[in-house]
Structure formats: C-alpha cells, structure tokens
Write a protein that binds this ligand. Sequence first.
Ligand SMILES: Cc1ncc(C[n+]2csc(CCOP(=O)(O)OP(=O)(O)O)c2C)c(N)n1
Ligand code: SF4
Ligand SMILES: [Mg+2]
Length: 273
Amino acid sequence: MAVIEQLTQDFLRTKKLPHIWCPGCGNGIVTAALVRAIERAGYDQKDVVIVSGIGCSSRAAGYLNFNTLHTTHGRALAFATGLKMARPELKLFVIMGDGDCSAIGGNHFIHAARRNIDLNAVIVNNYIYGMTGGQHSPLTPKGRKATTAPRGTLERPFDLLALARGAGATFGARGTAAQPRQLEQLIVRGANHKGFSVLEALSPCPIAYGRRNKLGGPVDMLREMKDKSIPVERAEEIDAEELADKTITGVIYSFDAPEYAEEYYRSIEKNSG
Ligand SMILES: Cc1ncc(C[n+]2csc(CCOP(=O)(O)OP(=O)(O)O)c2C)c(N)n1
Ligand code: SF4
Ligand SMILES: [Mg+2]
C-alpha cells in the first residue's frame, strides 16, 4: 500500500470526512505535515493527544485518529496544561489558529511559555479569523483588509515567536504550507524538544483573507509565501533592508531550561515522606 494511503487509513477518522475546509485552504497541508511528523517521531498512537481550540484550523482535531480534545476558543493550552500535568508521559500537540492563540488565548500562550511546559503548539497563522468570516487578528499585517478593518487594519502585528521567547518558550520555529516537507521536519524537531515548543505555520486562507485583499487564488498565495520565505541561516547573512519584506523560516531558537511538569513531580518526590 502506498505510504499516503497507509497514513490516511491509520491516522485519519475517515468516517468524519469530507472535511469542512474550503478548496485551496492550507489547513489540510498543515494537518498532513503534522500526521507525517507524528509518524516520523515514532510515537505510539495511543500516547498522542491532539488538543485544539475553535476555528477552521482547529477542526483538524476531529479528523485525526489519536486521542483528541476539541476545546473552546482560546483555551486549548489551558486544557492541554491540565492533561500534561495529570499524564506527563503523553505527547501533546496543540493546534490553534492565529486568533485563537494570540488574541483570546494570548494569556494562556504566554503562561505556557513561561512555564516551559512540554507541549507542542502548532499555530496555523492564516492572518485572519477564518471561521467567523474574516475579522483581523493580532497577527494580521498592518494595512490588510478585514471585516473589522474595511480600510485596512491600523494595528501592528506582533511577532509570535519573539513574544513566546520573551515569555520563556525554549523552542520557536516557523514554516509555511508552501514548504510542507520543511514544516514536517520542524514539527519533528519541536516534538523532540523538551519544553514548550512553538511552531508558527503560515497558511493561506484564500476565502476570508485572500479574496478581500486581492491576493489571487490559493496557488498565488502559496507562491508568494514561498518566494518571501528565507531560511534563518541565510537571513543572518543579508542586510536589514533586504530582510524587511521576508519571512524567516526554520528553527529560530532552541535551548534548554527546566520543564514544568518534570520539576513539579520532582518536587513532590523530594518533599514526600
Ligand atoms: C469564547 C468565544 N469567542 C468567540 C468565538 C467565535 N469564534 C469562533 S472561531 C473564531 C476565530 C477563529 O480564528 P482563528 O483562531 O484564527 O482560526 P481560523 O478559523 O482562522 O483557523 C471566533 C472569534 C467562540 N467560538 N468562542
Ligand atoms: S475560511 Fe479560510 S481558513 Fe477557513 S476553511 Fe475557508 S479557506 Fe480555510
Ligand atoms: Mg486564523
């Protein structure tokens, strides 16, 4: 059997298909990269938990044949934190949209980073609230149009990975749906990292974002994503002016620090009896 068919059979809840995503949406590409990464990481299916919030991207949890928790908007990391503390041996992947993670869920995000808890956050950044029809999020680039910014948003987006780093996250990476193999590798690296790992996966939403901003069709959006991306190793060699228009991809930072669940159980052991 071809690899792709095997992965579909093993890791997708085919009875839940067809999925709800629009044609040309990047969510399927990111979800497929996640499935391949979990397979490559060699985890036992019963040890893997997919937690998600609410949004188009978060629907992935319903289609994946692992233990899954489809939670509430902005709260995926809170649910995942509880689960990790109760069952630290589990491998948790937390899928969130840009709105879910950086707006309503922003506090959970910075505190998961601060604790350096061993969760793998996969943030599908399509620069917009897709599911609710196109409101701007804290990651929408300045000037882009949204239902809540018909003349273009005046707000400056923040750098999600820099925010996470400042709050205490120990692994930060960025990939794009236009480069799915790299995305898969980055998820594997994040999964192998002990501590809070943040993967920002840039993904096209041709319907709620692309159309309103006249970005062309899905292929145009993917092509632009690919053309603008620059590996972190190359980014270090070029000047700031050239870099201004680029999106840096790859592992942006990775270092060791105490992990929360491990420290918690160690402190119980030390203080018991
Ligand atoms: C507490 C709460 N507030 C608001 C909503 C409505 N809501 C559902 S999805 C969503 C935004 C989704 O955007 P994002 O997180 O970027 O995910 P995407 O759909 O783009 O993948 C909002 C505001 C909700 N379901 N629950
Ligand atoms: S609205 Fe956007 S993010 Fe949601 S399924 Fe459609 S293309 Fe994907
Ligand atoms: Mg979004």
